[in-house]
Design a protein around this ligand. Structure first.
Ligand code: PEP
Ligand code: CO
Length: 446
């Protein structure tokens, strides 16, 4: 990319309207905290970021598939070994199934190690006649409905950064230590419940992969080292711009700016205005960038967005993550594809079948139907194919745990089941079996 971008500085976004930013009362403490944050070592490196960009470029050009998934929001209390291992396991298992089905390399990107800031539809929340600032994620404030908890606290920026680093450090250790070795897929077993049809299907796929490896190793007479280690990258919504800015550096050896809080920041739907602060900030960093798109952007805005974020039409630079909902995708996606085609700028296409399918359950909880998620994904594959385009990835909210947050799926969960184990403080996630079912569906596209 052209870097440094024209008239861009890490702080130039501050001249634009910045949506979804917390209002900190103590500006001195905020400034001290940001200085402390900026002095810490980065969480990721430019080598990793460029490696990911190459993989995204390959997927964009037809070689590879992107599996992006994790919690809607991580919480600080999620920074523990069982939770991190469970997220890694489910993404590894899904990726084996998808690789075997599509016969393409799969790049895994966790919504993890920094997914701590959330956009909210209202700045304030009312309860029982009291009005307090909305909960904006653990990076900003705390979930309980008290004035002290909801006050944005600058020190949480440091705690979040440190927990992101702890999380990614553990993930790297597991992967480098052999946990992700394809010769031992049993490492990833997450009591994939006894006897469902998909469990059997999964076991057959793993057997095939293991046999295939053994076969090649026996005829070549040497181990396939590539099978011992997989790649794994981190992503979060690049929402809190002071946080992102604090770890954005100019790297002399690359002559470019990098946001070193994560490999793959994405811009959320609510902050994707091409004239807004978020697009201004991210146009200047060399990381691959994702943008969530729905029907809110008109054609002129979309074209401006593409020009600003990918002026040099660099493969792997820009991922559009579309999220329409099962009921809307049939009409909305062909229009989006036409518009992007007409712009002359190429993107990597990813489908988020979660965020357009959120609905209130009878008991007031937020939920999603597995059937809607699956239907939107099936429609996305079909429409891209019909239009001569390629769906190269999927973006999911999921967990390796047996939660009850989305209805339907292999166990036919209903609204009445949701109370049993609903843990998300924000959006409902696919549970372990539901996520594996989606992986099998994707594999079936091969
Ligand atoms: C999210 O990914 O959790 C999210 C808020 O998505 P969107 O920006 O697409 O609404
Ligand atoms: Co969400």
């Amino acid at each position: 990319m052209t870097n440094p971008a024209d008239n861009w500085r890490p702080e130039s976004w501050q001249q634009r309207p910045a949506l979804q930013q917390p209002a900190y009362a103590d500006q001195t403490l905020l400034a001290e905290t940001l200085a402390e944050l900026a002095a810490l070592p980065p969480i990721v490196t430019s080598w990793e970021i460029e490696d990911l960009k190459q993989r995204l470029a390959a997927a964009q050009l037809g070689q590879g598939f992107i599996l992006q998934g994790g919690d809607c929001a991580e919480s600080f209390s999620d920074c523990n070994s069982p939770r991190i291992v469970a997220q890694l396991k489910i993404l590894l298992q899904m990726s084996v199934v998808i690789t075997a089905g599509l016969k393409q390399p799969v790049t895994r990107i966790g919504r993890l190690a920094g997914q701590y800031a959330k956009p909210r539809s209202a700045d304030r929340e009312e309860q029982g006649g009291e009005s307090l600032p909305s909960y904006r994620g653990d990076l900003v404030n705390r979930a309980p409905f008290t004035a002290a908890d909801r006050e944005p606290d600058p020190r949480l920026l440091l705690r979040g950064y440190e927990r992101a680093a702890l999380t990614l450090n553990f993930v790297r250790g597991l992967i480098d230590g052999g946990f992700a070795d394809l010769h031992h897929p049993e490492n990833w077993d997450l009591d994939f419940v006894g006897h469902t049809a998909s469990a059997d299907q999964y076991r057959r796929i793993v057997e095939k992969v293991r046999d295939g490896l053994a076969f090649f190793e026996s005829i070549s007479g040497r181990p396939i080292h590539e099978a011992r280690r997989v790649d794994f990258f981190a992503a979060h919504e690049g929402l809190h711009l002071l946080y992102e800015q604090a770890q954005t550096r100019y790297l002399e050896h690359r002559r470019a700016w990098y946001d070193l809080t994560t490999h793959f920041p994405w811009i959320g739907l609510r902050t994707a205005d091409p004239d807004g602060a978020h697009v201004e900030f991210f146009r200047g960093v060399a990381n691959p960038i994702g943008v969530k798109v729905g029907e809110a952007l008109d054609e002129a805005q979309l074209k401006a967005l593409l020009r600003r974020l990918n002026p040099d039409n660099e493969p792997g630079r820009l991922t559009l993550i579309h999220r329409f909902g099962a009921a809307r995708i049939g009409e909305a996606l062909p229009r989006l594809l036409d518009c992007v085609r007409a712009s002359g700028i190429d993107v990597l296409w990813v489908c988020d079948p979660m965020h357009g399918n959120t609905r209130p359950a009878g008991n007031g909880l937020k939920t999603r139907r597995f059937e809607d998620i699956s239907a939107e994904l099936a429609a996305a594959f079909r429409i891209h194919r019909e239009q001569g385009s390629r769906l190269a990835g999927v973006h999911l909210e999921l967990t390796g745990e047996h939660v009850t947050e989305c209805t339907g799926g292999p166990r036919g969960l209903t609204d009445a089941d949701l109370d049993r184990d609903y843990r998300s403080t924000v959006d409902p996630r696919l549970n372990y079996e539901q996520a594996m079912e989606i992986a099998l569906q994707i594999a079936g596209q091969g």
